[in-house]
Design a protein around this ligand. Sequence first.
Ligand SMILES: [Zn+2]
Length: 136
Amino acid sequence: MTDMVDILKKHGVRPTKLRVRILEVLISSGKSFSFTEMHKHFDEKQDRVTIYRTFNVFYDNQLIQKVVDVDGIVRFYYCREQISLCPSFRCRECGRITTLSPLPEYYRTELAAHAIDDVLLLFSGICKGCKEHHGH
Ligand SMILES: [Zn+2]
């Protein structure tokens, strides 16, 4: 709990109760969530607009990453890597997001010359765990 507050503060986000809880869900589950999915996670007891705003505050303060998923839905996930240049892998079975190795230094240098608005580095498929479980 204290960790969550620290993380929020470090990113200049005022730690409200809901913000702490949402961050906790993102970090502990290791999954990506759309607005609707997070709303459902709280049994729809939380205001949808508040969840929407929370995600945007997190995103604007570079606390979470945003991806347009393969199904066309925008999902958010937590990424420890500060620079938003770590490709990720999303399992379509269990929904877990795995952060892959960051892009090599020369790649970052090359990109630094441009003003980047959006980064979409998402691999999609079935993760190692699910693959083994199903014996694919
Ligand atoms: Zn999986």
